[in-house]
Design a protein around this ligand. Structure first.
Ligand SMILES: Nc1nc2c(ncn2[C@@H]2O[C@H](COP(=O)(O)OP(=O)(O)OP(=O)(O)O)[C@@H](O)[C@H]2O)c(=O)[nH]1
Ligand SMILES: [Mg+2]
Length: 347
């Protein structure tokens, strides 16, 4: 475990948020790249965050995947087996203390745990279920989907873990959706299983699941995604960003998701959107346009719309990263979830 800085006597102790955050997304949607970019995003952040692995495997993942992205400029390989990662994100938060007459603002350490499983996306595919499961799912209004159950135990562990989380990062890959139109296949089965577990544990909040959901539209740097956001007028620039990288304002990210749903050849993305609306409380969902690698800068100081593509074909059927990596909205979804789950900060 991580040792925390001692808080002076009489001062509020560290705010420990021991909440769990899960990761969900179809194969190739960018889950491992997102995690690999997190360390870079933390380092580049203007806020003082530190990301620390709590066991050897988690430290090794941080070191190796970050160096693959930044030094070798390679994406991680497709995930073949499930990896358990456990990190602590640490910063400081300002807290108001004191009684009615004497108020003081002090800085206290803030930390939250990110425990997650990085699994091959295939585990999220809809699966055949037992008769009991089928009956419960039917009661909840879900349709069944027939497919194999080879990796049942890994899948069960993954879904149990996701269901027990307080916050979930769901990665939606608009590029895959445009080509394969199968987002719902990797969404509905998992959602049904999470719902079943929430029902068993009496965690439903009215008609809604109790989880907070950060929906990340991945590969925002990809021309088809970037140009859609540009055409719709969703782009904005953070005034504090020296490189002036475009972003989608958080008020428009949901609109971008909706627009991208319309180009799905199967209409599958629209079903994902409907399910999110139906099963998650509006106030617990936020959309982000995310890129793990960001835009190409080269030797320029500022973003150039004429030459922004940071991911190009490697000549062997894969992709390589052209220049330095500037993750966009990788840290932010986790911070948003961390803040939602932390509760009020006033003592
Ligand atoms: N343009 C762009 N492509 C990305 C980005 N992130 C991932 N990719 C592409 O998507 C591919 C798959 O990314 P992964 O991170 O392996 O996806 P995954 O969800 O972990 O995939 P599985 O482990 O197979 O389930 C990468 O090899 C890249 O080609 C991104 O931020 N921008
Ligand atoms: Mg992976």
């Amino acid at each position: 475990m991580v040792t925390l800085r001692e808080t002076p006597p009489g001062r509020p102790g560290p705010q420990r948020v021991m909440r769990r955050i899960g990761l969900w997304g179809a194969p190739g949607s960018g889950k491992t790249s997102f995690l690999a970019a997190l360390n870079v995003a933390v380092t580049q952040s203007r806020q003082d965050w530190a990301l620390v692995g709590v066991n050897d495997d988690s430290v090794a993942f941080l070191t190796e995947s970050t160096s693959a992205l930044t030094d070798r400029r390679r994406f991680p390989r497709a995930t073949e087996s499930m990896a358990e990662l456990s990190w602590v994100m640490m910063s400081e938060s300002e807290v108001r203390t004191g009684g009615r007459w004497r108020k003081e603002i002090v800085k206290v350490p803030l930390q939250f745990h990110v425990d997650l499983l990085d699994a091959p996306g295939d585990n999220f595919k809809s699966e055949a279920r037992t008769d009991d499961d089928a009956a419960t799912l039917k009661d909840l209004g879900f349709d069944e989907d027939e497919s194999g159950d080879e990796s049942r135990s890994d899948t069960e562990r993954l879904i149990d873990n996701l269901a027990a989380c307080d916050g979930i990062v769901y990665l939606y890959d608009p590029v895959r959706e445009k080509e394969k139109g199968d987002a719902y296949k990797y969404f509905q089965g998992t959602l049904a299983q999470i719902a079943r577990r929430a029902l068993q544990d009496r965690r439903f909040d009215g008609p809604h699941l109790p989880h907070h959901l950060a929906v990340c539209i991945t590969k925002f740097d990809e021309p088809r995604v970037y140009e859609t956001a540009n055409r719709r007028g969703y782009l904005t620039v953070d005034v504090d960003d020296d490189h002036m990288f475009p972003r989608v304002h958080e008020d428009n990210a949901e609109d971008l998701f909706e627009d991208l749903c319309k180009v799905s050849p199967t209409g599958s993305a629209a079903l994902v959107r409907k399910s999110i609306k139906r099963y998650f409380h509006d106030s617990r969902v936020r959309y982000f346009a995310t890129s793990s690698v960001g835009f190409y800068l080269g030797k320029a100081v500022r973003f150039r719309a004429a030459d922004y593509q940071n991911v190009v074909p490697d000549g062997h059927g894969g992709h390589k990263i052209r220049g330095a990596v500037y993750p966009i909205n990788v840290l932010e979804p986790l911070l948003w979830l961390g803040q939602q789950l932390a509760g009020p900060t006033t003592y």
